[in-house]
Structure formats: C-alpha cells, structure tokens
Write a protein of this length. Structure first.
Length: 127
C-alpha cells in the first residue's frame, strides 16, 4: 500500500455545483468533478442552500452552513465520499422536515416563521 504525499497543500479557489455534480477549482489550476450523490446533504439541499457555501481557512475545506456539510479538499483528492451513516442522515432529514412543517404552519397562520420574528424597536427620544 502506498501513501499519497502532497507536494503542495491543495486549496480551493472556486466551485460550481449543480443538481448532479460538484466541480471544485484548485489554486494550482486543477478541476475536480465528483457526483453530487457522494454527498447526500448536498443532494437533499435546495439550490439556494447549495449556493450558500464558504471556504474554510486558506481553502482547505468547503462549508455549507445551511446544510451543516463540510468537505475537505484532501478527501476529495483521495476520492472519499461522505462518511455520514444512514442513521445520522435520516435524523438530519427528519429535523429538516420538522422545521419545514413548522414554517408552513406559521405562514398559514399569518405569523412570521420561527427565528424571523420582527421585534419592535423603540427609537430614542428626540431632544
């Protein structure tokens, strides 16, 4: 068995994501393209959630905060898929469904969705 030794730490500079694949552009000019099905949280996310990503550190990983997904570049280079268990994914999906149901009910009742309530503000008195 051989060990991969990297001459330069890989760093992401940009990415493109579609409903079928994740394409990552590296600082050294390479482009990695992997099936989105490797990362179930990205598959189950909305297009808007998938667009909300950020680089961690100097581009050593990508984070999707809305989906609680983090993908390290070295893992991508090594061809590693998500290591999340089926049980963990199902628990995450159940939580998403519960939040979506709560938001729909709030909208039907004419309320603001949870965590988006607008608090009245008081302006300071004029002098």
């Amino acid at each position: 068995m051989s060990t991969l030794v990297l001459e330069v730490e890989p760093a992401v500079v940009d990415l493109t994501i579609s409903s079928k694949e994740l394409a990552v552009d590296l600082a050294d000019g390479r482009r990695l393209v992997v099936p989105l099905e490797w990362y179930p949280r990205l598959v189950h996310g909305t297009a808007q959630e998938r667009k909300n990503w950020q680089l961690l550190g100097n581009g050593y990983a990508i984070e999707w905060p809305d989906l609680d997904e983090h993908i390290g570049i070295e893992g991508l280079l090594a061809g590693r898929r998500s290591g999340e268990s089926r049980k963990s994914l199902n628990r995450w999906l159940a939580g998403r469904r519960a939040k979506a149901t709560t938001r729909r009910r709030a909208v039907i009742k004419g309320e603001n969705a949870p965590n988006t309530r607008v608090k009245p503000t008081r302006l300071p008195p004029r002098h």
